[in-house]
Structure formats: C-alpha cells, structure tokens
Write a protein that binds this ligand. Sequence first.
Ligand code: PHB
Length: 417
Amino acid sequence: MNSHPRRTSTQVAVVGAGPAGLMLSHLLSLSGIDSIVIDLRERADIEATIRAGILEQGTVDLMTGTGLGDRLLAEGQRHEGIAIRSRGESRRVDFPALTGRAVHLYPQHEVLKDLIAARLAAGGDVLFGVSDVSVHDVTTDTPAVRFTEADGTRVELTCAVIAGCDGSQGVTRTAIPAHARTDYFHAYPHGWFGILTEAPPSSEELVYAHSDRGFALISSRTPTVQRMYFQCDPAEDAAAWSDERVWAELRARVNGNGFELEEGPILQRGVIPMRSYVLDPMRHGRLFLAGDAAHTVPPTGAKGLNLAVADIAVLCQALERFFHQGSADLLESYGRTASDRVWRAQHFSWWMTSMLHTDTDADAFGRRRQLGEIDQVTESVAGSTFLAEAYTGWPIAHTNPDSVVSEAITVSANRAP
Ligand code: PHB
C-alpha cells in the first residue's frame, strides 16, 4: 500500500451509497453544495438488493419535486389503501378518504437506480467498491474520511461535515464513543420468511393478514413478480423449505372466502430478522448519522427507506443553512427534529407487529384481545385514520424555507387535509 495517501477535499463526505447517502448527495448538488459518496459495495450489488417497496407520500413528493419522478410515476403504482385480513375476511383502509394522502409501490432498488443515474448524470462523485473506511477528527472543524479506492489508491478525504449513511453494519455509528451515546434496542421473537415469485398479482393492494398460524403479507413488485412474506421463527432455515411447503403455509394463512393466492415458481427466498434500534444522539461533532446507521425498524410498517429519506430532508435543510448562511442552528437541532419522527415510526412498526403477529407465548386472552384490537382499528374512523396517517407518512419537518427541499415538501404539506 502506498504510504502517502492521495489527499482530496469536499464539503460533505457521505459514507454509504444507500437511499440516505445518495438522496443527500442529490439534494445537496441541487443546492450547489459539493459532496463525495463512497460505498464498500459495487454498483451492481446496490442496484440488485431486494428490499421493501412502499414509498410514503412525502418520499414521493421529494423525489418527483427534485427531478426523480419519471420512472417512479411511469412504473410505480399509486396505492390508495391496504387490506387487513383476519378470520378469513378482508377490511380495507382507505388512505385518501381518511388522510388525503396515498403511497406508491416502487421497489427500493429502483429508487437507488434512479438516484445513482441522477448523481452520475450531474457529474457527481460516487465511488463504489472502496475498502478500509475510517472516520477521523469528527470533533474538530476539519474531519476526514480515509479509505482505499477500488484500484488500491489510499485516499484522505477532508471535509466540513461527514454524513454517516452506511447502514446498521457500518463504521460511522461506531465513531460515537460509548460515554456520549445511548443505544435503544428491542428484539422481536419473530422473523419474516420472504419470497419473490413469478406470478400475477393476487390483489390490487397489499394484504396484511392475521391468522392463527401467524402473520402474512402479500405485496408486489411488477405485474409478473410478486413479493410475499410470512411470520416464522427468526432461526428458520429458508433453504430447508420445499416450494410446496411455502405455498401451503401461505395458503393456510391467507386464502378463504373467495380470496385465493396466485402461485408460481419461487425465484428468491430468505429470512429477515425483526428488530428495533435507535441511537441517540444522531450526531457527534461534525459527524451526522442518517437512516439505518442511526436506527432500524422491523419491516412491518414499511418505514425503513422512508425514515432514511425523512432524516435526509432534515439534514439537507440544516446543511444548506450552514453552508449558505453560516449558521449551525439547524445542525444543532438535527437530531431532535429527526428523532421525533424516528420514535413515531418505531411505535407504529412495533404496534403493527404486535397487532398482526401471533405470539407463541400468548394465552387465550391475548389472542382474543388481538382480534378486538383489529376490529377497533379497521371498523372505527379514528382507528383507521391513525393507521392511515402513519402508513402514508407524517409531513416532513420544514425548517428552512430557503432549502431545495422546501418546494417539494410544501406541496406535500398542502396535500394533507
Ligand atoms: C414489500 O413490498 O417488500 C413490503 C411492503 C410493505 C411492508 C413491508 C414490505 O410493510
């Protein structure tokens, strides 16, 4: 390895080319602020990893309002409700009627393709396949990120601010020392067995099913590829299940009273762990964490990507104030503003999980109480409005009227009733 690193600098060093890092770099470039994004993964891996698929209204508005809407609006599908199924019957929660808002089904890897294409088209620096990433001097005004480029060149990147967007396994969260942080962690006794199947859609909208055998979710990816999940033991070995056993389990949890799953070959399968995590504060000196680097939600509420985007909308407004107006006030309040939404999302994801999953330890009272809760939520306007507000997403915090995100989120706020 060369002992003299290549020295370079930027205004914002972004560690991680996931939704948070790429969205931040995209928004900053629209505001004339320089950034360099680095990631351990190759571009092809980032663009192929299957994750969740629901975009909140505010995420859609921020994307369409900043030039990222073409494929989203052409290929994504607007969903105006979900079905909650229990005891073999579906009840619909109508989002626009309850909140004036809706969601889009548009897979995360498609969002990432659009973001990467936009960054590269604008001449942005996105370095894939780097290694040995470390962050330094974050409590000074000149922090740095060191890494090795794909061709082996050692780099020292100095900057004014580091954005830690490298997910739950990344290095940036470990840069906050133990005495300066609180870690909130909750493990659930469930996992999700997820499949991709080549089949037509079984339903026009997502189906969240409660059953005696456990939760199941029927989602979609394209007109010919569907995404489905069912609650399982987190230690389950997905490879040990035959296709027929998977379908029998899904059928037993979802089919009935005229509803029948469309089945097909299983293209991909895996078990997803369910956990909640929040790191407080989301900042240490000039290091600001966003997305999964700062928090994890279980998949039930489809909040992971949306929380990352909401963090970035807040962080971008703060960085614009800092670089354009010379004030650190919004950087100071970033963690408080962002974590208000994080904890709402933690509650919502935990609540959806507890309402819809069967708990092997639950007694007969617990199981019957759960059905009462589902009835309350689906048959009362107050109950279903609570679900619809959270699912379609709370308005994104609007802190800097001079920000590039302002126009997009103003449109979003105006749509709320
Ligand atoms: C998905 O389509 O992968 C999906 C949708 C909704 C959820 C979770 C995952 O709540």
